[in-house]
Design a protein around this ligand. Structure first.
Ligand code: CMP
Length: 140
């Protein structure tokens, strides 16, 4: 049965410091179903393509350097209103502004190293899911 989905990425700093397990626990406890998951180390061209929309912004080069600095864990997550609900669970991009109980409040160390990415629209969720998971069988 079709459900709404979003694309999530546990970022290199969180993977490197052993936060993958605790972050997955928060995702499960919040009622998201993991429909696909893989660990990859992005190349600079791959990360630049994924974050194409931010090209030209002052944080772009730093973002690409960071996102290619180590492995990331990529997932497709199912939930009703998945994009919106997952962004609520993530909290604000700036961890100083993230609400208590959110993933970024618990695990982000800065606006750049904000622990986890979540798609910002259904359209981008589809694009991002295809970016990482095209060509394999899907469970949703
Ligand atoms: P993410 O949700 O992956 O989407 C774009 C990323 O760019 C964001 O999380 C941050 O990692 C990074 N980012 C956004 N704004 C800034 C900023 N002002 N300074 C540094 N990094 C940023």
């Amino acid at each position: 049965m079709y459900k709404d989905y979003t694309l999530a990425i546990i970022k290199p700093n969180a993977v490197r410091t052993g936060k993958t397990g605790p972050i997955l626990a928060m995702i499960n406890e919040a009622g998201f179903e993991i429909a696909a998951m893989r660990m990859v180390k992005l190349t600079i061209p791959q990360a630049s393509l994924f974050y194409e929309v931010h090209k030209g912004k002052d944080f772009f080069n730093g973002l690409i350097k960071f996102m290619t600095s180590g492995p990331v864990v990529v997932m497709i997550l199912l939930h009703t209103n998945a994009v919106e609900e997952f962004r609520r669970l993530l909290g604000s991009t700036d961890p100083e502004k993230a609400a208590e109980g959110t993933i970024r409040k618990a695990f982000a160390v800065s606006t750049r190293m904000n622990a986890v990415h979540g798609s910002d629209s259904n359209e981008n969720a589809e694009k991002e899911a295809n970016f990482f998971f095209s060509g394999i069988e899907r469970f949703y």
